[in-house]
Design a binder for this molecule. Structure first.
Ligand code: NAD
Length: 340
């Protein structure tokens, strides 16, 4: 419904309305862990906003949702400044768009003198929430949600109840200081059990595992979090003093050796064809995994190349998320709702 000849006033109203709707959806999703619209509807709204901004760059507000990392910080938690910024991910919704992204990124890498040919670290996009763990001299000293990327929420006490997250890193070469980023999630089985219990108490179930994980982690009382059986897989590092590794996959080997949980499904692939085959394989297996996934993340494996490609204000230029097409309804959730 884009009309370049639309009167300026109407255009500004429509723009403000779209920005408002995206903001409201974000607050419900990130602060209240209770989305008011589906992820597919949100993605559609967000892309309408991007399209409108592309067509009318003069109306783009500095604080437009397209210019910043989405999360908000609730006043219920102490704010924590991350040592290094956390980012969101650029997303694509078809294999054609993904192929175009791989071609564009290959061309950017080929233009960098001395950069190695791209190797694609391909991972599952876990349907959870991003958490930043800070270890000093191998001890977990703080844990925070991503928040707006600069400042997150202090959830240290709650994260300490998650058994797969070590409070002490062990082994050779543990850095003096390292931020480890990853996804806190609830297993598909525990998600169903939790929702059944919530419905039995007459309360509204969580819309998806991501909201269940976020709602369970962002509790005032760590004992509630402890009962929710959360898990984590780590998928990156932020600030790191004394961490030597040429590739992100080599970083994962180190993290694993220090006792951190790394997903068993990461692979380093050499060609677009292999990345597409990975997407197909996990599209088939996605409901047989211990956690839900909403897509696949592809990363340039070489760390120096990552650094040279850099970031926008919102996303790294060396990574992309392919999102699987939305599924109509979560049938298990439907069963629960029908049984109410
Ligand atoms: P995103 O969830 O699309 O992608 C970025 C995140 O992916 C990272 O922060 C990281 O936490 C996560 N991730 C999972 N697995 C990863 C891996 N292996 N490697 C790296 N990162 C991994 O982006 P976002 O900015 O967090 O959120 C936007 C999305 O959230 C939207 O596309 C929409 O689906 C959803 N959303 C929905 C609503 C709603 O109202 N329903 C509102 C806001 C956002």
């Amino acid at each position: 419904d884009l009309n370049p000849a639309e009167p300026a006033e109407d255009l500004r109203d429509r723009y403000a309305d779209l920005v408002d709707r995206v903001r409201q959806a974000r607050t419900a999703y990130y602060v209240e862990d209770a989305p008011t619209i589906s992820d597919a509807e949100y993605d559609e709204l967000y892309h309408r906003l991007e399209e409108l901004e592309a067509l009318h760059p003069e109306i783009v507000a500095n604080d437009s949702p397209t210019q910043e990392v989405g999360g908000e910080v609730s006043a219920a938690f102490a704010p924590v400044k991350h040592l290094a910024r956390m980012y969101s991910l650029e997303d694509v919704f078809s294999t054609d768009e993904l192929t175009a992204w791989l071609e564009k990124t290959t061309a950017s890498i080929e233009a960098l003198p001395g950069a190695p040919a791209p190797a694609w670290l391909t991972e599952l996009k876990i349907d959870g929430l991003a958490v930043n763990l800070l270890y000093r001299d191998g001890e977990l000293v703080r844990a925070a949600t991503r928040g707006d990327g600069t400042t997150g929420e202090d959830v240290t006490h709650n994260v300490r109840t998650i058994s797969s997250i070590p409070t002490t890193l062990t082994g050779d070469g543990v850095p003096a200081e390292v931020e480890v980023r990853g996804e806190v999630f609830i297993s598909s089985r525990d998600f169903r059990a939790l929702n059944e219990a919530i419905v039995a108490e007459g309360r509204a179930p969580f819309a998806n595992p991501r909201n269940a994980a976020a709602g369970s982690l962002r509790q005032k009382d760590p004992e509630v979090t402890a009962r929710r059986r959360l898990s984590m897989f780590v998928h990156g590092v932020g600030a790191a003093t004394g961490l030597e590794a040429e590739s992100q996959s080599a970083v994962y080997e180190l993290l694993k050796a220090w006792g951190l949980p790394v997903s068993p499904y990461c692979r380093v692939l050499g060609s677009t064809g292999e990345v597409l085959a990975f997407i197909e394989e996990f599209g088939r297996r996605r409901h047989d995994l211990i956690h839900e996934i909403d897509g696949i993340v592809v990363k340039v494996d070489d760390r120096r190349t990552q650094f040279r490609l850099g970031h926008t204000s919102r996303v790294p230029r060396w990574s992309v998320a392919y999102k699987y097409p939305p599924e109509e309804v979560n049938t298990k959730l439907l069963d629960i709702l029908v049984n109410v």
